[in-house]
Ligand binder design. Structure first.
Ligand code: 2BA
Length: 109
């Protein structure tokens, strides 16, 4: 068995959960935040039989879109008077970040 730790944007979560639960996968949804943007995203823990992993990854690829988020950075401007100006920077985010781990044991007790 494998564990697909899947980090997705909040905007994609509803659709992704609909699709993977309809396809028979089980998932646990955790609220999380990205370390870089410090904004909310969602982490799904999806335990999956090895032979169903590729189909799961396909569903994730089809559902999770890449988007652009704006990050405002304050940058120094050199001139007669030193100033710091907020500069918006576009950062690409997603589709999804997936870590596939081996599961040593799966128990329901
Ligand atoms: P964040 O850490 O908030 O990162 C959001 C996006 O910012 C990233 O999108 C990437 O395009 C950019 N980014 C991240 N770190 C950067 C850096 N040091 N310099 C420049 N740009 C940077 P994604 O790569 O699609 O990642 C989306 C979210 O997935 C991340 O949110 C984080 O929560 C998670 N993630 C990505 N890689 C990870 C990793 N190696 N370990 C743990 N979580 C990861």
């Amino acid at each position: 068995m494998k564990m697909a730790v899947t980090i997705v944007q909040d905007k994609d979560v509803g659709k992704l959960l609909d699709r993977i639960t309809k396809a028979g996968y089980s998932a646990t949804k955790l609220a999380s935040s990205g370390g870089f943007l410090r904004s909310g995203n969602t982490t799904l823990l999806i335990g999956v039989e090895e032979e169903k992993l590729e189909a799961l990854l396909e569903l994730i690829k089809e559902t999770c879109k890449q988007r652009t988020e704006l990050l405002t950075q304050v940058q120094p401007i050199m001139g007669p008077v030193d100033a710091h100006v907020p500069v918006p920077i576009e950062v690409p985010v997603g589709g999804a970040t997936v870590f596939v781990l081996d599961v040593a044991q799966f128990l329901k007790v």
